[in-house]
Design a protein around this ligand. Structure first.
Ligand code: PEP
Length: 251
C-alpha cells in the first residue's frame, strides 16, 4: 500500500539557527505524538547536513528543494544530487512551480535531475500542476499529463515506483486559495489513471500523490480524506511547528 506523507517546503526562509530550532521542534512533537504518515522537512541546502545530523531521521526525514542537473564539475553555485545525499537527506523536491517559472527549469532539465536523484538514492518529490489561466481554460489535465510525460514517464517501472508526486495547482500556492476537496480528488484520480495506463494498476495504486497549495490545519483533514490524496506538500504552514503538526495530525 502507498504511504501517506506530509512534507514541508521551507523555500528560502529561516537562517541556520532558526531552521535548526524549527526542525528540533517538529522532531520533538513527533516523538510525543502518534502519527499516521511519514513526515519530511524540505530545508535550504545549507541547513541539510546540520539538520540531518541533529535530528533522528527515522522520525523526521530531510529533503532538499532542488539539485543540479549535472553530475559534478565546473557549475559554479550548483549542488549535486550526490552532495545532497552525502548530507543525510533522503528526498529532493523537484519541478516545483517556482523553479519552473523563475529558473526556467524545462521538462528536459527536470528529467536529468530526477535521474540523478534516483542514481544517488534520493527520493524525488516531483511537482506538477497548472497555472490559473490553464485551470480557467479547463486545461489542467493536459498540463499535468505533459509534465509527467516530459520528465518522469521515461523512467523504468522500477524507478518510477520510487518517486513521490505532488500535485500543486500554481494558483493555490501561497495565495490562500485552495483547490476544493472535489477538485483535488478529481485530478489526483486522473493522475493515478495516467500512471495506471503507463505502468499498470499495481504501481499506480502504490504511488503517493500529495496535494500542495495553501494547505493548512483547517483544511488538511478534508483534503486528505479523499481516496487519491495521500498527504500534502506544505509551504507557508510548514514554517511554524504548531501549524505543520496540525496538518501532520490531520491523518
Ligand atoms: C508549495 O510551495 O509547495 C506550497 C504548497 O506552498 P503553500 O503551502 O504556501 O501554498
Amino acid at each position: 500500500m502507498r504511504k501517506n506523507i506530509v512534507a514541508g517546503n521551507w523555500k528560502m526562509n529561516k537562517n541556520l539557527a532558526e531552521g535548526l530550532e524549527l526542525a528540533k521542534a517538529v522532531e520533538q512533537s513527533l516523538q510525543n505524538t502518534k502519527v499516521n504518515c511519514e513526515v519530511i522537512i524540505g530545508t535550504p541546502f545549507i541547513h541539510l547536513a546540520t539538520v540531518a545530523q541533529t535530528i533522528d531521521t527515522s522520525v523526521l526525514k530531510v529533503s532538499a528543494q532542488n539539485c543540479a542537473d549535472k553530475v559534478s564539475g565546473a557549475y559554479t553555485g550548483e549542488v549535486s544530487a550526490a552532495m545532497v545525499a552525502s548530507t543525510g537527506a533522503s528526498h529532493v523536491i523537484l519541478g516545483h512551480s517556482e523553479r519552473r517559472a523563475y529558473y526556467h527549469e524545462t521538462y528536459d532539465i527536470l528529467k536529468e535531475k530526477v535521474l540523478l536523484a534516483l542514481e544517488n538514492n534520493l527520493t524525488p518529490i516531483f511537482c506538477i500542476g497548472e497555472v490559473k489561466e490553464e485551470r480557467e481554460a479547463n486545461k489542467q489535465n493536459e498540463v499535468v499529463k505533459a509534465q509527467l510525460e516530459g520528465s518522469v514517464f521515461n523512467l523504468s517501472a522500477e524507478d518510477f515506483s520510487k518517486i513521490v508526486l505532488a500535485y500543486e495547482p500554481v494558483w493555490a500556492i501561497g495565495t490562500g486559495l485552495t483547490a476544493t476537496p472535489q477538485q483535488a480528488q478529481e485530478i489526483h484520480a486522473y493522475i493515478r489513471s495516467l500512471i495506471a495506463e503507463k505502468y499498470g494498476n499495481e504501481i499506480a495504486e502504490n504511488t503517493t500523490i500529495l496535494y500542495g497549495g495553501s494547505c493548512k490545519p483547517s483544511n488538511a483533514k478534508e483534503l486528505f480524506a479523499n481516496p487519491d490524496v495521500d498527504g500534502g506538500l506544505i509551504g507557508g504552514a510548514a514554517l511554524k511547528a504548531e501549524d505543520f503538526m496540525g496538518i501532520v495530525t490531520a491523518f
